[in-house]
Design a protein around this ligand. Structure first.
Ligand SMILES: CSCCC(=O)C(=O)COP(=O)(O)O
Ligand SMILES: [Mg+2]
Length: 224
């Protein structure tokens, strides 16, 4: 493999379990959505996010309508920036109250730490908002791991299923795409990163998969 200067990693299914996101984080945001909207409906920061939603829809929604729409989007696992921003704020309260703890696989933690100590730059690209990413990595059983990462990207940079997002990330971090290794559990994301010129490795933790990309069961098997 050509010299890798940076690792760009997905979260769900890659550094962290699918089940943590689907069975813990998403239900938490769904259960707390009504009380969050009730208590933050007039908050300046939340209003700005909701205005973005209303602009996108071309109409203003009532609290009840907003609740209904965002609940539907959580159920559909919609990767919408407004939903992801709101979820980030809800999870923040969960982490602060000690009701949430971020999940990271031990192999991911150990290898990320090793790569960091070797001077390899580490970046995150997730559909979860940058706020949600930082919260997850600052509340792990291994402590606050945010020191490992040089930057975070969410879908404000573009969809994870669009090669242009990976091109933008490479330009932003100022590293040639072929010196960046992208890690993900999803073939389509890896295809897009490869189209942008990045190196790729697929994580297939709990199942056998057919893949065009080098495939590993955990981070221990990734040689850089
Ligand atoms: C930052 S944790 C929440 C992750 C999330 O909201 C999500 O939709 C998962 O996206 P990923 O791109 O990490 O698969
Ligand atoms: Mg994933």
């Amino acid at each position: 493999m050509a010299k890798i200067l940076a690792v760009l990693t997905d979260i769900e299914g890659t550094t962290s379990s699918l089940s943590f996101v689907k069975d813990v984080l998403f239900p938490y945001s769904k259960n707390k959505l009504r009380s969050f909207l009730d208590s933050h409906w007039d908050d300046e920061r939340i209003r700005a996010i909701l205005e973005e939603l209303f602009n996108k829809l071309g109409k203003t929604l009532s609290l009840e309508e907003t609740l209904e729409l965002l609940t539907k989007w959580i159920d559909e696992d919609r990767k919408d920036t407004v939903l992801k921003e709101i979820q980030g704020y809800i999870w923040e309260e969960g982490y602060q109250k000690g009701e949430l703890m971020g999940h990271i696989y031990q192999d991911a933690y150990k290898k990320l730490k090793e790569w960091h100590s070797r001077g390899i730059k580490l970046y995150v690209f997730s559909s979860g908002s940058v706020k949600a990413q930082k919260l997850l990595f600052s509340h792990t059983p291994y402590g606050d791991l945010t020191y490992l990462f040089s930057g975070y990207f969410d879908t404000k940079v573009g969809s994870k299923k669009d090669p242009r997002s990976y091109e933008t990330i490479a330009k932003t971090i100022n590293i040639d795409p072929d010196k960046v290794l992208f890690l993900s559990d999803l073939e389509e994301e890896l295809d897009c990163a490869k189209m942008a010129g990045m190196k790729t490795t697929r994580l297939a933790r709990d199942c056998e998969v057919q893949s065009k990309h080098p495939t590993v069961k955990d981070f221990y098997s990734i040689e850089i």
